[in-house]
Design a binder for this molecule. Structure first.
Ligand code: GLC
Length: 494
């Protein structure tokens, strides 16, 4: 499964990679209906991953390696196995136990219809009905994700009091920050009105969606921030699936989140105009606040870049090119484990799929397991050094060509490219400026530098080689053709 001790044993690798901080997805007590995002006890470690002592040890060792540790916080919902929810189900309609969640009577004859038309992000209705003590149909409860993840009612003061306890529990242990799950959730439109549009994909929220991005959420972020500010040097980054720049900006105001993931780069295809548009929007969204931009090409919820950009050799060279573009940008860059190895998604057999999306979509969407297959450390056995046994998702034979051990030895590997790029990003003056200046570039290409510096990043997404901008080559994502930049290639020039 992977565990805290396993991460601790690989801190040397992370230091070598050159990163500054880690974000760990949830390792709390959980029945694992959604990869640990269904939390039954937010202040304890699930035995699958270790215990609190193992966490403290990991934190202490990470700090010794100069790495900060950010952990996930899941304030929108709990697990259906959380003691609060179990008590709610066992209590009567209108009870204080039920008031921590959104329980409502159904519509239609005998309340057989859900209270409104909201859908779950994972497919199907966002409501599940619970039986009364006498077996008759009772109230419905709201779950924007799986039925095992009931949404908390943030109008209830007990909900905030408990989150504050969780924040302080981990801050007092010394964590450096939090990644806030569904940071645009939590607050729902007053009265839970029907949604006007229902054709919303996984994690792609429409505007005027009564389920997400409600104004009331900002009060919650202000409270979280006030707690963080009591501790020196702590940080919160939010998962903010909000497309509108102005509405996005609200999340990173001075008294709210420090950082917000902007997912525009994830959405952009391998096309210079789309990529430039994504970068410009992401910069514009934070410029007025101001707050630092936050970049991401992949995470545990989306297809890996190698696969998104076409798979195979083509996907690999394109993903390498985009990595150089991303690492040239101002602000904060998040890499997802295995991105530095150029891992593709794995086409998993039906029988091993675990993402609730697979079941909830009636087996029409395969879900996110393909991007969650563990990292191959070295050759040998089905676990490639991740485990001596069988890994929780099978690792394919092609991972044998992508191991950390092999890539560390190979100066042409994706890992070597990413290490060198991170090192330059940290040490070269060309990465100091905060503003971007764009250069004119041929059709299908882009070129920029940080204002006031001499380092240029150029990308060619067209089908033809183009002349390199003038300058001395610092790094390129693939071989150049004399003084030409080939298709599917990016470079840094001084
Ligand atoms: C976030 C997580 C995702 C999870 C969902 C529900 O989007 O990144 O993995 O399924 O929230 O908690």
């Amino acid at each position: 499964m992977g565990d805290l001790e396993g991460i601790r044993s690989r801190l040397g690798y992370l230091e070598l990679l050159g990163i500054d901080a880690l974000w760990l997805t949830p390792f709390y007590t959980s029945p694992m209906a959604d990869h640990g995002y269904d939390v039954a006890d937010p202040r304890d470690v699930d035995p699958v991953f270790g215990d609190l002592e193992a966490f403290d040890q990991l934190l202490a060792d990470a700090h010794e390696h100069g790495l900060r540790v950010t952990i996930d916080l899941v304030p929108n919902h709990t697990s259906s196995e959380h003691e609060w929810f179990r008590a709610a189900v066992d209590s009567a309609a209108g009870s204080p136990e039920r008031a921590r969640y959104h329980f409502r009577p159904g519509r239609g004859p005998d309340g057989e219809e859900p209270p409104n038309n909201w859908t779950s992000v994972f497919g199907g209705p966002a409501w599940t009905r619970v039986p009364n003590a006498d077996g008759t149909g009772g109230e419905w409860y709201l779950h924007l994700f799986s039925p095992e993840q009931p949404d908390l009612d943030w109008a209830n003061p007990e909900v905030w009091a408990d989150l504050e306890k969780t924040l302080r529990f981990w801050l007092d242990r010394g964590v450096d920050g939090f990644r806030i799950d569904v940071a645009h959730g939590m607050s729902k439109a007053d009265g839970l009105p029907d949604a006007r549009r229902l054709d919303v994909d996984l994690l792609r929220n429409a505007e005027d969606d009564p389920r997400f991005d409600q104004d009331g959420v900002h009060e919650i972020h202000r409270r979280i921030r006030a707690v963080l500010d009591e501790y020196p040097d702590r940080m919160a980054v939010g998962e903010v699936w909000v497309g509108d720049d102005e509405r996005f900006a609200r999340y990173v105001r001075a008294d709210e989140l420090h950082l917000g993931f902007n997912f525009r780069l994830v959405r952009a295809g391998f096309d210079a105009a789309e990529i430039r548009g994504a970068i410009e929007h992401a910069l514009a969204a934070v410029a007025a606040v101001p707050a630092p931009p936050t970049w991401t090409l992949s995470n545990h919820d989306v297809s890996r870049p190698v696969t998104r950009y076409g798979g195979g050799e083509l996907g690999t060279v394109r993903a390498r090119a985009l990595t150089l573009v991303e690492l040239a940008l101002p602000g904060v860059v998040y890499l997802y484990n295995g991105e530095e190895l150029g891992l593709p998604d794995v086409d998993l057999p039906d029988a091993v799929l675990q993402d609730p999306v697979w079941e909830r979509s009636g087996h029409t969407e395969r879900g996110r397991d393909g991007c969650r297959v563990p990292v191959p450390w070295e050759d040998g056995g089905p676990g490639y050094g991740f485990t001596g046994g069988d890994p929780w998702l099978p690792m394919p034979p092609e991972y044998g060509r992508l191991t950390v051990a092999d890539q560390l030895e190979d100066t042409g590997s994706t890992l070597s490219l990413v290490r060198r790029a991170i090192e330059l990003r940290k040490t070269h003056d060309g990465f100091r400026g905060g503003d971007l200046e764009w250069f004119g570039a041929p059709e299908g290409c882009l070129a920029f530098r940080r204002a006031g510096t001499t380092l240029v990043c150029a990308l060619n997404t067209s089908a033809e080689p183009v002349p390199l901008p003038p300058g001395e080559l610092l790094l390129s994502s693939g071989p150049l053709a004399g003084d030409m930049l080939p298709p599917d290639t990016a470079c840094w020039l001084e």
